[in-house]
Ligand binder design. Structure first.
Ligand code: SF4
Ligand code: SF4
Length: 158
């Protein structure tokens, strides 16, 4: 990670292009690189806001792999047990993908009604497809990773 971040010249192109930085001042990829350069821990909350969309990397004059750096920081945070509340959102989404095959389930009657009326009420994945998806996710270690992070549980939905 240090050799990757050492190529950063602090030009700020990543922050200008970042889709998250556009909507919140809490996130600034250039600042994360700055902290790393100074040997400081970047702010914990910030590292969980990145979408890993790679837009910054495509704009960086030195092609610094910022999403990969963020990935390493997240791994370190998880390994050190420092994960913040933000991780819970990822865990919820991960568990829903694992159990239902979708990222977010409809939450309110209003949303369900709108989807039905607009013809957007797509059925959930058939059971056999969900089972196949779980099999694939298990084979790539997704379930083990989730269990490790949650301390063994999958919210009773595995
Ligand atoms: S665009 Fe690249 S060089 Fe510029 S601040 Fe971001 S990481 Fe550093
Ligand atoms: S990968 Fe992260 S830092 Fe880069 S543009 Fe996307 S959200 Fe911003």
């Amino acid at each position: 990670m240090s050799s990757e971040s050492s190529r950063c010249i602090q030009c700020g192109s990543c922050s200008s292009a970042c889709v998250v930085a556009r909507i919140t001042r809490s996130y600034n990829p250039r600042r994360i690189l700055y902290d790393i350069k100074l040997g400081r821990e970047p702010e914990e909350r910030a590292i969980w806001l990145c979408l890993r969309c790679h837009t910054c990397e495509s704009r960086c004059p030195n092609s610094v792999k910022i999403p990969d750096i963020i990935g390493v920081l997240r791994e370190e945070s998880l390994e050190a047990g420092r994960e913040s509340k933000a991780v819970e959102v990822y865990l919820d989404i991960s568990e829903t993908i694992f159990s239902e095959g979708v990222t977010v389930l409809p939450v309110s009657g209003e949303v369900k009604e709108f989807k039905a009326e607009s013809g957007l009420d797509l059925p959930f994945l058939p059971q056999e497809v969900r089972a196949e998806l779980r099999k694939i996710m298990r084979s790539v270690g997704f379930e083990d990773r989730l269990k490790k992070i949650t301390g063994g549980g999958l919210g009773g939905r595995g």
